[in-house]
Design a protein around this ligand. Structure first.
Ligand SMILES: NC(=O)c1ccc[n+]([C@@H]2O[C@H](COP(=O)([O-])OP(=O)(O)OC[C@H]3O[C@@H](n4cnc5c(N)ncnc54)[C@H](O)[C@@H]3O)[C@@H](O)[C@H]2O)c1
Length: 323
């Protein structure tokens, strides 16, 4: 039985989405536009796409500001804001070596600016953290009370450590200033609006399968991941935002696949002729990833609806529409 009262409508409420041009954030924005909220989007397009904003601009209740959030926010002095979603951050491992400082700055200075805004507006604030805060975990599946196993100077450190800092900053604003905060630790998510060249495993494999190219597997493919379809993720985000719990929640889909199984499922779902090809495993690549969802499921009826096969099909249809 759900203990959360989810609003049927958010008419009269204003939602601010940092990172609105991105894959997950634009899907969150559209969800709240459909609930009737006024939605304000912020993005500097470092990894986001203008086409996602064009889609949101079809809604009359959407306003967009092109803005790098760690270089200052637009003037919101006359603006009521009820909910702030801190979703702006590059998230793909291919970005970690190219824009590490931008990643660290948005998760630290950007999060700080949004928390200050939440404090000034008395708005509820949600920080999108990541399963990467667990690093290469020594316990499995990962529960929220696990502190993680992170290399602070490794190739993923700019992301992992800045997200850990963002969680600490969020918690400190809640404790020191009484800001009403939520934290989510998102596990691998996929779906339409991901960049086809984003470098994450699902877009890579789908693209390779669609082109009939070899599917590149790093290591022997026995490392595991859990993949959540984006609309299921948005459902979880909504439940957390409207819960009254400020400590972190894992969110994702607990079904676990080895990377090899994932490649085989994609080949099958798309009827592709691709073969698997094996390459050296990158440093610090986590061996197992699966969210323990007990905490979220103890406060709501969250149950992912989209099967991996259906999610792959929908994502592939989106990529085909972009060819
Ligand atoms: N997709 C996943 O599997 C996943 C997993 C864990 C956590 N997350 C988190 O969810 C959020 C969204 O991730 P995504 O996968 O949709 O990535 P994304 O890159 O598609 O979206 C992030 C958006 O933030 C914008 N952005 C980045 N820095 C900015 C800045 N300084 N100012 C303004 N805008 C900025 C980007 O341009 C982009 O549009 C991120 O915080 C990410 O860390 C995602």
């Amino acid at each position: 039985m759900s203990q959360i009262q989810l609003p049927k409508s958010l008419e009269g409420k204003t939602v601010l989405i940092a990172g609105a041009a991105g894959f997950v954030p634009s899907t969150v924005a559209e969800f709240y536009l459909n609930l009737g909220a006024q939605v304000i989007g912020l993005d500097n397009f470092i990894t986001g796409s203008k086409s996602n904003i064009e889609l949101l601009e079809k809604y009359q209740n959407f306003t967009f500001f092109k803005q790098n959030i760690y270089q200052g926010l637009p003037n919101f002095s006359e603006q009521k804001i009820d909910y702030i979603f801190s979703l702006a951050s590059p998230a793909s491992p291919i970005d970690f070596s190219i824009i590490p400082l931008e990643i660290m700055r948005v998760n630290s200075e950007g999060t700080l600016a949004l928390l200050e805004l939440a404090k000034a507006k008395n708005a509820r604030f949600l920080e999108a953290s990541t399963s990467e805060v667990y690093g290469d975990p020594e316990i499995h599946p990962q529960t929220e009370d696990y502190f993680g196993h992170v290399n602070p100077i490794g190739p993923r450190a700019c992301y992992d450590e800045s997200k850990r800092f963002a969680e600490a900053l969020t918690t400190s604003y809640a404790k020191k200033y009484g800001v009403d905060t939520r934290i989510i630790r998102i596990f691998n998510t996929y779906g339409p609006r991901m960049r086809p060249d984003d470098g994450r495993v699902i877009p890579n494999f789908i693209n390779q399968a669609l082109k009939g190219e070899d599917i590149t597997i790093y290591g022997d493919g026995s490392q595991t991941r859990s993949f959540c379809f984006v609309t299921d993720l948005v459902d979880a985000i909504h439940n957390v935002m409207f819960s009254d719990v400020s400590t972190p929640f894992n969110i994702g889909n607990p079904d676990e696949y080895t990377i090899k199984e994932c490649a085989e499922e994609i080949i099958k779902a798309l009827g592709s002729k691709s073969k698997l090809s094996y390459h050296p495993l990158p440093k610090d690549d986590p061996k197992r990833r699966r969210p323990d969802m007990t905490k979220l499921q103890s406060i709501c009826d969250y149950d992912p609806q989209i099967s991996f096969q259906e999610g792959i099909q929908r994502t592939a249809d989106y990529f085909k529409s972009k060819l």
